[in-house]
Write a protein that binds this ligand. Structure first.
Ligand code: NAP
Length: 253
């Protein structure tokens, strides 16, 4: 059964991919409950769409879980889909004499534990749908190692494993679970990157591909395929990948 309309909860909806997904679902006639810490770009959108509701949620704060769930319940009796997209990125600098190891906590608390908190919020509402779908956003970064991505890559690998295990345990409730692995998307998160981002796409393009792919509820959807192929090569030829990507030591050091 393909669900063409329903109620969707999207986290990280105030900018970038989440905002573009929110527009996609609104245009397709879904009721969208959008969450983030701030409304950001959603402010302008809420003037044009009656089927959009904003519910503030800091996903890293587990003390908000119950209150957010109760607020969602004021707006809907069930969720057909939850797209857990909120996330952040920071890069570890090993040339620093005192590397910022606390970054591991910061990134894991949003990207991994924040996603877990979001599942905690929405699971009872998904169970009330006739055909529920839980979606989490990982990253193509998990397909091969990138320099400085110790925190980000580990958090997204944890998300991927968490979702694949959860898929097993939610099957008995008929909840489908999809893990999305986007490549480089032009958003505020990547606009601070100083390295080249092959096959960079716009957030609207990424959201269109995600929306289309989610209709068939795949276990995973990694895109664009050209980047997947490049990362496949990186995974299978790790020495070559290392020699290409590892930062070179300054000869004057
Ligand atoms: N852009 C890419 O190339 C790319 C590639 C692969 C995967 N991804 C993943 O895609 C997702 C969206 O990223 P993006 O590129 O669209 O980034 P973005 O434009 O920076 O958006 C991030 C969203 O997450 C929200 N957020 C951040 N921290 C939060 C928190 N503690 N609680 C609640 N919401 C929080 C932000 O809203 P507030 O600040 O208002 O809370 C914002 O809506 C992330 O999970 C990212 O890792 C991105």
């Amino acid at each position: 059964m393909i669900m063409d309309k329903g109620v969707v909860w999207i986290t990280g909806a105030s900018s970038g991919i989440g905002f573009a997904l929110t527009k996609q679902y609104l245009e397709a006639g879904w009721q969208v409950i959008a969450s983030a810490r701030t409304q950001g770009e959603l402010v302008a959108l809420s003037e044009s769409y009656e089927n959009l509701t904003f519910v503030a949620f800091d996903i890293s704060d587990d003390s908000q879980v119950q209150a957010v769930r109760e607020t969602l319940m004021l707006h809907t009796a069930h969720l057909d889909c939850a797209i857990l997209n909120a996330g952040t990125c920071e890069y570890l600098d090993m040339t620093d004499t005192d590397p910022d190891w606390k970054m591991m906590d910061r990134i894991m608390s949003v990207n991994f534990f924040g996603l877990v908190n979001s599942v905690d919020v929405c699971l009872p509402l998904l169970k009330k749908s006739s055909h529920p779908h839980l979606v989490g956003v990982s990253s193509q970064a998990v397909q091969a190692a990138f320099p400085q991505a110790e925190a980000y890559g580990a958090s997204k690998a944890a998300v991927r494993y968490f979702l694949s295990s959860l898929r097993m345990d939610l099957k008995q409730f008929n909840i489908d679970v999809t893990c999305l692995l986007p490549g480089f998307v032009d958003t505020p998160l990547t606009q601070k990157n100083t390295f080249s981002m092959p096959f960079l796409m716009s957030s609207d393009d990424a959201a269109k591909r995600m929306f289309k792919a989610l209709a068939s509820r795949p276990f995973e959807f990694a895109f664009p395929k050209r980047l997947s192929a490049m990362l496949w090569a990186g995974r299978h030829f790790p020495k070559l990948w290392l020699s290409m990507l590892a930062p070179k030591k300054d000869r004057n050091d």
